[in-house]
Design a binder for this molecule. Structure first.
Ligand code: MG
Length: 249
């Protein structure tokens, strides 16, 4: 069931979104050669707690950290680890959220660790652009398939693989609500977008094939071919006009 939010609920979500976005910024600023992914996670945790909020992912289905930190061929759900030291040239996808006054925010971005290759830069840029292509279709009256179709078209035409096994989702009083928001689809198909819907749009784009696999820790998703992957996400509210990005600070 898709839950539409009232104006007051959207104000609460805006606050959860602001904290989520600021925490992502803090985490991104901590990315540097020689830093462990656990240190980055700690910075995000401290920030969220300092705002009187709760990390949305910590203990969610047993996830052991504040942020999912996925490096290079890791797509999503990477587990922060004090033994995982970042190196010059890595691309680092950080996905995190915060709960505040009962509402969730969820966002992600891929950060460069030092200087990255032109290929890695192009992948990151394309994935960020694909998110905004998706956002441009997130307008009341359009359908879910319009978002997925636009994202997929944008990335496939540039030679990339679009992950299909994981999708965006509704966000609200739960981290994951209906509907699911795939990064592929048919234009004009799927649920109609209505004012008050709040969804996370999150393209996960691979340098090579779209196929992924899950590591033996039962969390970390990696590309099947070992090539790079990037991930950008915003939580947004649907309106009659342009969507409102809730995860901004
Ligand atoms: Mg999400």
């Amino acid at each position: 069931m898709i839950v539409l939010k009232t104006r007051r609920e959207l104000d609460l979500m805006r606050e959860a979104g602001r904290i989520s976005a600021a925490a992502l910024k803090v985490a991104g600023e901590a990315v540097a050669p020689g830093v462990s992914t656990a240190e980055i996670d700690r910075a995000a945790y401290e920030y969220i707690k300092s705002q009187g909020a709760t990390p949305a992912f910590l203990h969610y289905n047993g996830f052991p950290a504040t942020a999912c930190i996925s490096v290079n061929d890791e797509v999503i759900h990477g587990i922060p680890d004090k033994k995982h030291i970042l190196r010059e040239g890595d691309i680092v996808s950080i996905d995190l959220g915060a709960v505040y006054n009962g509402f969730y925010g969820d966002n992600a971005a891929t950060f460069a660790c030092g200087t990255i290759s032109p290929e890695a830069r192009r992948l990151c840029d394309t994935t960020r652009e694909a998110l905004y292509v998706g956002l441009s279709k997130a307008v009341a009256g359009n359908r879910l398939g319009d978002i997925g179709y636009a994202i997929c078209e944008y990335c496939v035409s540039r030679g990339y693989g679009v992950v299909r096994d994981y999708t965006g989702h509704g966000v609200g009083t739960h981290l994951h609500e209906d509907p699911s928001v795939p990064n592929y689809g048919k234009a004009g198909k799927g649920a109609r977008l209505l004012p008050g819907m709040t969804i996370a749009i999150e393209p996960m784009i691979n340098e090579g094939v779209e196929e992924v696999k899950v590591l033996r820790n039962d969390w970390t998703v990696v590309t099947a071919d070992g090539k790079l992957s990037a991930h950008f996400e915003h939580t947004v509210a649907i309106t009659e006009g342009e969507c409102i990005i809730l995860t901004q600070c």
